[in-house]
Write a protein that binds this ligand. Sequence first.
Ligand SMILES: C[S@@+](CC[C@H](N)C(=O)[O-])C[C@H]1O[C@@H](n2cnc3c(N)ncnc32)[C@H](O)[C@@H]1O
Length: 302
Amino acid sequence: MEVKKALDIALKKCNGEIIPIQVNEFDFSYLYNFATEAIALYKSFFDLNNKSLLTVGSSCDQVIEAYAAGASKVRVVDINYFTKYYFYLKKAALLTLTLDDYLNYLSYNRTGYKATNGTNSDILSVNLFEKIKPCLKSLNNDAYVFWTKLYDSFSGKEIFEKMFFTFQELTDDEKRKCITYLSSNKEYKNAREKIKDKDPFFNCSNLMQYNARYYYDNIWLSNVLEYLSLFECNHITQKVVNCTRDNGKALICYLFAPGFKGSLEHIESKYNLEAIDITGYHAVDQQQVLIYTKRGNTNNKK
Ligand SMILES: C[S@@+](CC[C@H](N)C(=O)[O-])C[C@H]1O[C@@H](n2cnc3c(N)ncnc32)[C@H](O)[C@@H]1O
């Protein structure tokens, strides 16, 4: 979405206006500051080195993790209007700040949403924003305009509380366990090196309407299908199957509650998905990923 429109919606959100959504649709106009999935574990099932990835975004940690693992080309498809602008804010922070400052700048409650001991007063702090601003400007002028205009009218805390899912955040310890580039200074520097000259392509679009024009070695759909009807799950899964390259893999759904698969039960057997248990890598009880592997040789080239 072009910056003028995205900024208009963001300013409305920060002013407390409700953004209209269609009946039966969830409000995906919020951002996730960090991924809530155990990417560190599931990425080991995928071959990312010098390979392509199509992924949904929002926190954009999936993008950073993929580049850190050597991905050559990444495309982000996300219904959220702000994903692209958040990516550049994160990239500028990653390239400029230390790991601790990065966590301080982007974490709302570093001890997790279950804790009751208050929020991080440095969240999106203007002092840290001033540090990353020159880098942000050099990376992407639209993102620079977007964030600068928001900071002109609102504090970092106000921006965060109106635009982000404040209650869906892992603790620092869980983040280190679930997201590789946050696990140590060495991994953080590796991500910084690998991402500095790379940018994904962005499509601000609903996956239902998205028209995939290329094949991908890897596809990650996060837990999007958990929100959808059987018809929608089928439609999107078929689309993913069609654009997965031979011997490539797709994460069809990350399951936060594998005991309640609903429509996904049908998708799992219809597409012969592998359900992999990743319990123990995350604070929140049992979790699973549903993975599709494209077998055969159809010579897909696009
Ligand atoms: C469902 S959220 C979950 C985030 C996740 N827990 C994580 O760790 O990043 C993933 C992203 O999917 C996007 N999304 C949800 N439904 C979508 C759809 N139908 N088409 C495209 N993107 C969608 C949301 O905007 C959000 O950015």
